[in-house]
Design a protein around this ligand. Structure first.
Ligand code: SF4
Ligand code: SF4
Length: 469
């Protein structure tokens, strides 16, 4: 892919007012937690068996190195292992094998959780090791093991913390920056040390005055850390945009190619807790919101809690909106679930419940003028509400004009639907970030990105097989 200026975005409604002002409530007492491994579970070495007592923060599984990205799993409550073969739905919508633990509500901390006494005595390899053993992954949604961004990366001059949180409805990063401001800055300082980088930047979106003031105050002692505001556009939080808009640098595949590492603000908090307190990732802040939730809230919640526990705590689902869409994550990049119950993972930042598919029915006897007004109102752009009136492509070019990755979504959709591998390569399908902008701007209400997502998955599987052969 050619280098290009990643600065294209559009303003979309944030829908964040319901939860941005709400302090996160602690919910650390689920009866059971389900620690998800993978679809088969056989790629993990499991250290516990049913009946074993476990302590909070204890290592209970590790992915076998040859079978995928190295990841360590921890007990997120103290208690007793009930089973190691239970299946629960993961945020991807797929059934995952989970380790089920019955909570004893004592939170007895594992001896494995040892704080570091003096940060200055640690070299960067030790910091990579702590990040890895503490299960720190991209908490902004990526879920990529954080230490891999740091390990053996040379010539990094800047670490950027991404607090842009451009996904509508979700306010978890916003609350993290307000409630754990010092932890965010501390995490950044540790990450700069882990990367041997001299500079740190925290980016947030314009208009978040309270967060901006707190971050500026918390970073005032650090001359080499800046707080930068990004335009209130989608997808301002895309890594490529963050790097381009803050440093005017571009890269082909990964930011380290231009001397930068980008992490999410919640990940920084996890790094601070792992290094200072010896605490692995056992909890996170997440948002439960949307018109389909009676009392939207932010929670500090244990990993492995079930979504149903949180939906219940939030007053339950609205009963007067017809079918609802329960989304793991936000409406632009999240995954709509087939059922209410799924597991809260480290990378899940929100549960958004929205009115489901609906069609406009002309009420009997309504005056023509009113009918017209209502139809116009109904077809206004609000893709968060999933109108089920997909029309033919009118070749307006909106999707092409607005694609932040500089792709041709309409052609990519065609290639995806036809499984045309040659065209998928030619159109750079792997560069699609599944931001959903193409569907959002489409006047024909076509779920352009859904088709491209499937096309990309098809292409990647086909190529993986080719590489294996
Ligand atoms: S989902 Fe992919 S194709 Fe659509 S606008 Fe985003 S990057 Fe472009
Ligand atoms: S925005 Fe929709 S109607 Fe317009 S070209 Fe793209 S797919 Fe076709």
């Amino acid at each position: 892919m050619k280098l290009f200026k990643a600065n294209k975005g559009l303003h979309i409604p944030g829908h964040k007012n319901d939860t941005s002002v709400l302090h996160s409530e602690k919910f650390v007492t689920p009866d059971f937690v389900f620690i998800p491994l993978s679809i088969k579970g056989s790629d993990f070495e499991i250290y516990v068996k049913p009946g074993d007592k476990v302590k909070l923060g204890q290592k209970i599984a590790r992915r076998v190195e040859a079978k995928g990205l190295p990841i360590v799993k921890h007990a997120t409550v103290s208690g007793e292992v009930v089973s190691i073969t239970d299946k629960k739905t993961h945020r991807t919508g797929l059934p995952f094998v989970c380790i089920k633990i019955k909570n004893d509500f004592l939170d007895t901390l594992s001896d494995e959780c040892k704080p570091v006494e003096n940060l200055d005595t640690l070299d960067n390899t030790k910091l990579w090791d702590i990040m890895s053993e503490s299960g720190v992954v991209g908490l902004g949604g990526a879920g990529f093991p954080t230490y891999l961004k740091y390990k053996d990366k040379a010539d990094i001059d800047t670490v950027i913390l991404n607090g842009a949180e451009c996904e509508p409805y979700v306010t978890s990063d916003y609350r993290v920056m307000l409630e754990e401001t010092d932890r965010v800055v501390d995490g950044l300082v540790i990450m700069m040390k882990a990367a041997s980088a001299n500079n740190g930047i925290i980016v947030i979106k314009k208009g978040k005055k309270e967060v901006f003031t707190k971050l500026v105050e918390a970073t005032s002692k650090h001359e080499n850390i800046k707080v930068i505001e990004l335009p209130d556009e989608y997808p301002a939080g895309w890594e490529r945009q963050v790097v381009y808009r803050t440093l005017k640098r571009s890269y082909k595949q990964y930011p380290n190619e231009c001397g930068v590492i980008v992490n999410n603000v919640s990940t920084a908090v996890a790094v601070s807790k792992a290094v200072r307190d010896g605490r692995p990732v056992i909890d996170r802040i997440l948002t439960v919101t949307g018109e389909g939730i009676l009392h939207p809230k932010n929670y500090l919640v244990r990993i492995g809690t079930l979504s149903t526990d949180l939906i219940k705590l939030s007053g339950g689902l609205a009963t007067d909106l017809g079918d609802l869409r329960i989304i793991a994550g936000g409406p632009m990049t999240g995954v709509a679930q087939k059922q209410e119950e799924f597991v809260i993972t480290r990378a899940l930042n929100g549960i958004v419940v929205l009115p489901g598919f609906h069609t406009y029915q002309i009420p009997h006897g309504q005056p023509v003028g009113e009918v017209l007004l209502n139809v116009l109102h109904f077809t206004e752009h609000d893709h968060f509400h999933f109108e089920k009136d997909e029309q033919a492509c009118v070749r307006c070019g909106n999707c092409v004009r607005h694609c932040p990755a500089g792709l041709q979504p309409t052609l990519l959709r065609f290639a995806s639907l036809n499984k045309n591998e040659e065209l998928l390569v030619k159109l750079d399908v792997t560069e699609c970030i599944n931001c959903g902008t193409c569907a959002y701007v489409c006047p024909s209400h076509i779920s352009v990105n859904d088709a491209i997502k499937k096309g990309k998955a098809y292409f990647l599987v086909r190529n993986k097989n080719k590489i294996k052969k």
